[in-house]
Design a protein around this ligand. Structure first.
Ligand SMILES: Nc1nc2c([nH]c(=O)n2[C@H]2C[C@H](O)[C@@H](COP(=O)(O)OP(=O)(O)OP(=O)(O)O)O2)c(=O)[nH]1
Length: 149
């Protein structure tokens, strides 16, 4: 045990850093999951798995650079959620990102949409539903946040 990195509180979770990119008008960036990944074609917030030794912020910076070609300024951890999928039990570390440099490029062949509530993209990864509810509460938005069919 002495050599184990003191990062993940539980080994059974996959730690994921997720970025809620917000533009100056408060719109949120949603991207579609590329072919070949679980839930391909589902809409999500950009991000990905934390690698050994990385902080959440480092992982988010790496993922957003790899996926979107941007370099983010400081990201602040906002909420943490968990979701159980058939393929994995994930712990999602949600961060709001309002400042970045570089133009958005879809480096993995994804699609992107700037969205306001209610989202018009469909389907959305179920692991993102709770965060949509919190964003709605923050914005004073009442009603369904996303389509279910
Ligand atoms: N990026 C992202 N992942 C989410 C969201 N909601 C949600 O449940 N997840 C889950 C889906 C996946 O199980 C996990 C993210 O893993 P991933 O497979 O996309 O990560 P990755 O890009 O590092 O993948 P890879 O290198 O293994 O291909 O988190 C979300 O809004 N954004």
């Amino acid at each position: 045990m002495g050599d184990m990195p003191d990062v993940a509180p539980s080994r059974k979770h996959t730690e994921v850093a997720v970025g809620i990119l917000l533009d100056p008008q408060g719109r949120m960036l949603l991207t579609s999951r590329p072919a070949g990944k679980p839930y391909a074609g589902y809409w999500e917030f950009a991000g990905g798995k934390v690698e050994t030794g990385e902080t959440i912020e480092q992982a988010l910076r790496r993922e957003l650079h790899e996926e979107l070609g941007i370099t983010i300024a400081a990201a602040q951890a906002w909420r943490v959620t968990e979701h159980e999928y058939p393929h994995a039990l994930v712990r999602l570390h949600w961060c709001k990102v309002t400042r970045w440099s570089g133009a958005l490029e879809m480096r993995e062949g994804q699609s992107m949409r700037w969205q306001t509530l209610p989202l018009d993209v469909f389907p959305v990864l179920p692991g993102a539903y709770p965060v949509l509810a919190w964003l709605a509460a923050e914005q004073g938005f009442i009603g369904f946040t996303h389509r279910l069919e």
